[in-house]
Design a protein around this ligand. Structure first.
Ligand SMILES: Cc1ncc(C[n+]2csc(CCO)c2C)c(N)n1
Length: 201
């Protein structure tokens, strides 16, 4: 049955992201990762700059985690950047992918893949006058999860096992919004298989 959401109350999560493999066969790595992941629980469209993905939060995070891991397991040095958004006032209706069940389609295939990642994330709790305390709470959560790396201007550094980092990012994306402040944006940059990481992995 089609669900109808009034303006700004759609629980759909949107993600726009790019992969930048630093390898001659970058086309194969990008297209291969997009193809290898099971994307049947999300709506996805790729253009010459980026890929957009929309759906239930659990499926967006499950699918992007798989895409990043499939690019990573080629061994190439890969950069990922993505912007997650929920509650955008313009985001409403027509979202059939919200009717999918909660069974994760990628998790069983990717859970055993080991990968170190160094990343930076930033939260933008839109319209929330208390946004700095939201951000401090989430930085404290990163420390509790054991993935916090360092403080920096305009972002916070996260690193470690990529599964732990993605699990933290999804939890943080859930907690940094509220019924009152529904619109949240989160940016994530990841560096994978970088020669700078020798000894960290
Ligand atoms: C996730 C993701 N989606 C799209 C692009 C843009 N892009 C750059 S090269 C290439 C393959 C040749 O068409 C594509 C699609 C990207 N970098 N990462």
């Amino acid at each position: 049955m089609e669900q109808v959401f009034s303006c700004g109350t759609s629980p759909i999560v949107g993600l726009r992201f790019s992969l930048h493999p630093m390898a001659d066969n970058f086309i194969e790595i990008i297209k291969g990762a997009l193809r290898e992941a099971d994307t049947s629980n999300v709506w996805m469209h790729t253009d010459d700059v980026s890929t957009v993905m929309r759906g239930k939060q659990i499926h967006v995070f499950d699918t992007v985690r798989a895409i990043v891991l499939y690019a990573a397991k080629t061994g190439a040095h890969v950069a990922f950047n993505g912007t997650f958004s929920i509650g955008c006032p313009g985001d409403s209706a027509g979202d059939v992918f919200l009717e999918k069940d909660d069974i994760l389609l990628n998790e069983p295939q990717i859970r055993e893949i080991k990968q170190y990642v160094s990343s930076q994330f930033a939260l933008y709790p839109m319209n929330n006058p208390d946004y700095m305390s939201v951000i401090y709470t989430e930085v404290a959560r990163a420390k509790e999860h054991g993935v916090f790396n360092e403080s920096m201007h305009y972002a916070s550094g996260l690193h470690g096992d990529i599964h732990q980092v993605f699990t933290f990012l999804e939890e943080s994306f859930t907690h940094a919004r509220s019924d009152q402040y529904k619109h949240l944006v989160m940016t994530v940059n990841m560096s994978i298989n970088s020669p700078s990481h020798k000894g960290d992995a």
